[in-house]
Write a protein that binds this ligand. Structure first.
Ligand SMILES: NC(=O)c1ccc[n+]([C@@H]2O[C@H](COP(=O)([O-])OP(=O)(O)OC[C@H]3O[C@@H](n4cnc5c(N)ncnc54)[C@H](OP(=O)(O)O)[C@@H]3O)[C@@H](O)[C@H]2O)c1
Length: 417
């Protein structure tokens, strides 16, 4: 299907009115009735796609958004992708054409206000998450935001508050929670396999940023675009340890940039990198347990991801996302722990190695929108992760432990872990 012309910013009326965008979407959807996000008496947004049975989703960002979110949503029975947005409209058009999406645009502000959109995925570089999520939330849309949630805690807190105020379902895409080994580890920990948590460590040495002539310069290498590996992967790792071990009380850490120049995309010459490609941090959990996370993205080879969790009664180890081993005190040697049988999904496997966990997280998001059930990882979870990331940077410059959750304005209220 050919993408429709981009929508202009001009002439966009207040919510519920009709704009060029609305006309485009409505026409493209062959007359389906468009409706704004109406509200239940309790303030939670009503799903306006309920009549059609499918949630109408717009995806902003065609990198990970185009490669993973769009195909995942396209194969889910409960969702349809009604629009895709990129900075360059032709990028959006390419993804729209490949997936039969009726609207391609470069104007996210108009898109999020369109009454033909029920929910928005924000999959753009992190420095854009705050303005884009706020715009979507303000328009009453459910939001799924990519990680890291924001540039800093102040932005994240803002997003939490706006989502609460609008009564919509707002989640952060920490999809690793939905990989079989990690989900099983969570189940075992909740059942008491570890006993009292004592220690957690996560180490990844990889080569993704080792070669200055390999991956070109981009937002990931720029501090002012909220690039850096601490945000890009550290956010996932902090989320995992917090999910398994509970709230984090204090943090100490440091970041470093080992590869300081990187080739410019499509041009001769090198750009200066100021975002981190290495980081190491120490965590003290509220229950007294200690944790470490050490990531090197400039190693000559790939070690895989190694996670060890120990408690008073047991120990678990995750090797990548495929293997879980463990032992219980006095019950023999470390042994393989069976994971639930997974249905083979050739389509997901062919799309991206994260297609399955992302689909599972999207399923949680849609279920929460439909039923009003709580969903995690929520914006509140994302803000608590963000507080840890901010703490690492402060600790690195100030040379001390940083206490979290103190002061009059906590990152977010209590969450269900
Ligand atoms: N959950 C995960 O496991 C996972 C994995 C990878 C990435 N991510 C996250 O996904 C986000 C995007 O990363 P990426 O790797 O996909 O980056 P990317 O390849 O650089 O793609 C960024 C996308 O954002 C679009 N964009 C930039 N500015 C925009 C604007 N003003 N309006 C509309 N669209 C705009 C870009 O448009 P153009 O193409 O026209 O420039 C592009 O489509 C990041 O937060 C990243 O951390 C998450």
């Amino acid at each position: 299907m050919v993408a429709l012309p981009a929508m202009g910013v001009e002439g966009i009326p207040e919510r519920g009115g009709r704009s060029t965008v609305v006309v485009d979407l409505v026409a493209a959807r062959r007359g389906r009735q468009a409706g704004g996000a109406a509200r239940n008496p309790d303030g939670r947004a009503v799903d306006p796609g309920a009549d059609s049975g499918r949630l109408r989703v717009a995806v902003i960002g065609t990198g990970f958004g185009g490669a993973v979110h769009v195909p995942a949503l396209a194969q889910m029975a409960e969702t349809e992708v009604v629009a895709v947005c990129a900075r360059r409209e032709e990028r959006a058009r390419t993804v729209a054409a490949a997936h039969g999406i009726p609207l391609a645009t470069a104007d996210y502000r108009a898109l999020v206000r369109d009454p033909g959109v029920d929910a928005v995925i924000v999959a753009t570089p992190p420095y854009l998450h705050h303005p884009m999520c706020l715009a979507a939330l303000e328009a009453g849309k459910h939001v799924l935001c990519e990680k890291p949630m924001a540039r800093n805690l102040a932005e994240a807190r803002d997003m939490v508050k706006m989502a609460e105020r609008m009564g919509v379902v707002a989640m952060v895409n920490h999809e690793y929670r939905f990989t079989p080994a990690r989900a099983r580890a969570k189940q075992l920990i909740d059942e008491g396999y570890l006993g009292d948590p004592h220690a957690a460590t996560l180490t990844v040495f990889r080569s993704s940023l080792a070669d200055p002539h390999g991956r070109p310069f981009g937002w990931l290498m720029q501090q002012d675009k909220a690039g850096g590996m601490l945000g890009a992967t550290g956010s996932h790792h902090v989320d995992a340890l917090r999910w398994w071990f509970g709230e984090i009380k204090s943090v100490a850490g440091a970041v470093g940039t080992m590869v300081k120049k990187r080739r410019l995309p499509g041009a001769a010459g090198m750009a200066t990198v100021d975002a981190d490609d290495n980081f190491a941090l120490l965590l003290r959990f509220a229950n007294g347990a200690l944790g470490t996370i050490h990531v090197c993205a400039t190693a000559p080879g790939n070690s895989g991801e190694e996670i060890m969790l120990a408690g008073s009664e047991g120990m678990l180890m995750l090797h990548g996302d495929e293997r879980l081993v463990g032992c219980r005190r006095g019950e023999g040697e470390i042994a393989e722990l069976p994971l639930p049988e997974e249905e083979p999904d050739a389509e997901a496997a062919a799309t991206h190695f994260l297609a399955k966990p992302v689909t599972a997280l999207l399923g949680e998001w849609v279920r929460a929108i439909r039923t009003g059930a709580p969903a995690s990882p929520s914006f509140a979870d994302g803000a608590k992760v963000q507080e840890v990331l901010d703490g690492v940077l402060r600790s690195g410059t100030q040379g001390r432990w940083i206490e979290l959750g103190v002061g009059r304005f906590p990152a977010a209220g209590p969450t269900r872990l």
